[in-house]
Design a binder for this molecule. Structure first.
Ligand code: ATP
Length: 199
């Protein structure tokens, strides 16, 4: 990834999540963020273990990364970053953000966050430092009321394109023997079928 554009600092979107599996909701969010904020790149960063989903065992990192790479193949603005899965253990956003500050000291960093997580932001590890290092982009989901960012966090709410689809819904459909076509990209649906994932 180029670290600087001519004379302008690079704007980098950081999109963390379980991605278990990636679906069209994630991809539309990334596209909207890119357009609305003028981001140069978006890094998809699957968590090894979300501190908020300690009771759930995700599919292996290898599987989730593979599906992400299928979903994003050919999109030059999208990157898949395995750093949280190689660090292992619980994934804390501050550790990941510090790594981006180290890699791209001149970049403006935007952290994409689901509206359902906003109220909990003050409890995130090293919250004050995190608020200093990144601007937050709140992702609304259909039917959500707009949640203001608690101080000292800075950011804005994304306008487009909320889609009522979730990874848990996709896992439940696969388990029930229902198709997941049109909820995930064709290559992801095919990989889920071929590798007999989420059965
Ligand atoms: P699960 O159903 O397993 O809880 P999920 O579909 O919410 O998973 P995650 O990988 O946990 O997916 O999501 C990563 C981020 O993407 C979160 O911040 C989440 O709020 C957001 N997100 C997921 N699906 C959508 C969607 N359909 N529309 C908008 N944001 C979404």
């Amino acid at each position: 990834m180029a670290t600087e554009k001519w004379g302008v600092e690079m704007k980098l979107g950081l999109f963390g999540g379980s991605f278990d599996p990636v679906h069209l909701g994630h991809l539309l969010v990334a596209q909207a963020a890119r357009e609305e904020l003028g981001l140069d790149s978006i890094c998809f960063i699957p968590a090894a273990q979300s501190p908020f989903k300690m009771d759930a065992q995700p599919a292996s990192a290898e599987v989730r990364l593979r599906l992400l790479r299928f979903a994003l193949a050919g999109f030059s603005w999208a990157e898949v970053d395995a750093q949280e899965t190689t660090r292992a253990g619980v994934s804390y956003t501050i550790d990941t953000v510090r790594e981006y500050v180290r890699r791209f000291p001149a970049a403006e960093l935007y952290w994409l966050i689901g509206a359902d997580h906003v109220a909990m932001l003050p409890t995130w590890r090293e919250a004050a430092e995190l608020a200093r290092l990144v601007e937050f982009v709140v992702i609304p989901r259909p039917g959500d009321v707009e949640v203001p960012l608690p101080l000292p966090f800075r950011g804005r709410t994304l306008r487009g394109f909320p889609l009522g689809v979730s990874s848990s819904q996709i896992r439940a459909r696969v388990k029930a023997g229902l198709p997941v076509d049109f909820l995930v990209p064709p290559a992801v649906a095919e990989a889920i079928r071929n590798s007999r994932l989420y059965l």
